[in-house]
Write a protein that binds this ligand. Sequence first.
Ligand SMILES: Cc1cc2nc3c(=O)[nH]c(=O)nc-3n(C[C@H](O)[C@H](O)[C@H](O)COP(=O)(O)OP(=O)(O)OC[C@H]3O[C@@H](n4cnc5c(N)ncnc54)[C@H](O)[C@@H]3O)c2cc1C
Length: 466
Amino acid sequence: MKHQSYDIVIVGCGMAGLAAGLRATELGQSVAILEKSPEEHRGGHTRFTESFRIPTADIDDDTEFNVEDYTASDFYSDIMAVTNYNADPDLAKRVANGASETFEWLRGHGIDWEYRAPHPGYTAGRVWLDGEEFVSELVSHLSDRKATIHYKAEARSLCRDDGGAVTGVEARVAGERTRFDADAVILAAGDYGSSKEKRTRYYGPGYGKMKVRGSRYNTGEAIDAALELGAKADGEWGDAHMALIDAGSPDVEGGITRIDGYQYGVIVNHDGERFVDEGQDSRAHTYAKFGRRIFEQPYHEAFIIVDSKTVDDVAHMGPSNPITGDSIESLANRLGIENVERTVETVEAYNAACDPGEYDPDVLDGNSATTVEPPKSNWALPLDEPPFTGYPVTGGMTFAFGGVAITPDAAVLDTQDDSIPGLYAAGNATGGLFYDNYPGGTGLTNAAVFGKIAAESAVSAIEAGQ
Ligand SMILES: Cc1cc2nc3c(=O)[nH]c(=O)nc-3n(C[C@H](O)[C@H](O)[C@H](O)COP(=O)(O)OP(=O)(O)OC[C@H]3O[C@@H](n4cnc5c(N)ncnc54)[C@H](O)[C@@H]3O)c2cc1C
């Protein structure tokens, strides 16, 4: 077996691994990043991302943000509320409180964010990016430092000394076994949701068929290696971010193929039935849980229907063409909905329950339809102005919610709740933050904040000789 030696070995080259690598090299450490994919597929799910949630109110300069007054406390409250208060409060606080500092740190490294002026429909502060360019920028920063990225390098097991400290990683590098010795290992290998076997194991029969929006390489073997070593599993292993996406999306690595604006219309299944409160909350707080509800419908498919009043408020990012019809019946026929008659009845019953005041797509406008089942809490406008437009949608696997347990300092815990010396983790490889649902734009922030913290904790321990 080949041997290589570095101060710190990082497993994974997405946001968490790159942030950890940047910080560790900044603190003078030699770093190896092991990336399972070939170079052209590097960047994990991070490659497919578009926005980063930050408390804009804490950033004291002239930048014009989409929302100016979003505080760390708002961010914390959103994480807690959206996860039904299941998120670990200490991890949630660390993300919310560390977000603006981490953003400033990345900005200090010349990261090219896009700022959008006040933006319709958003209640949280964000900056935008092109995931692929973002990964390239961070990789090029690392290449100027004491960091080596090994592609086609799949971590398969972790090495430990007799005292229990993690001392390195065994990997297959382009098919050859290599041992990477290190004073600390940072697990930043993303989630396991791209594995058909694990989706079936954790979500149930049929989930193997779900479309994977992100990287095909996030299949969780590095998480398995940490669990094998004695790391504690944490988080909601039975749930995931499953987004509402265009039903014509590619089976894997489709990226951003969402259809936003469903909240202004209705969603029906092949039986012609509604099954969610489309207007329950803002899009960023429902899209990640509605995908699963849609996937559970017949043929894993459903249909957004809007009329001419709101069609311009729909943001259609998927590959399929929208379908139109002069009546609900003709639209349902064209969409291929199995029960056309019931679809017409459902829309009629929904229309009868609507009694709207002024429509405002940018806030929870309180226009509700409460006498239908399920009720609709906001934006309940009757579908009565043709042409009608329909979009076939399905649920798309974004990332899994289970992972290894960490402390707020990113140290990995064992099954007796003691830190495992020399082992740290960040990003989607960890559990404990997301349950039931997900506040849009938080995955990247979580990965960046904890990637940076993991590097700082590892370096402190190395310097203290622990
Ligand atoms: C289509 C899509 C859009 C998204 N949009 C957003 C958004 O706009 N904003 C947001 O905040 N979040 C978004 N997310 C979620 C976000 O991508 C993740 O939360 C975040 O990127 C996680 O970063 P990470 O570094 O933990 O994992 P990843 O970026 O997935 O990186 C993990 C890396 O580890 C590598 N790896 C896996 N196993 C091994 C192994 N055994 N050995 C070596 N390497 C390994 C993988 O190949 C991968 O490169 C989106 C996700 C998807 C799929």
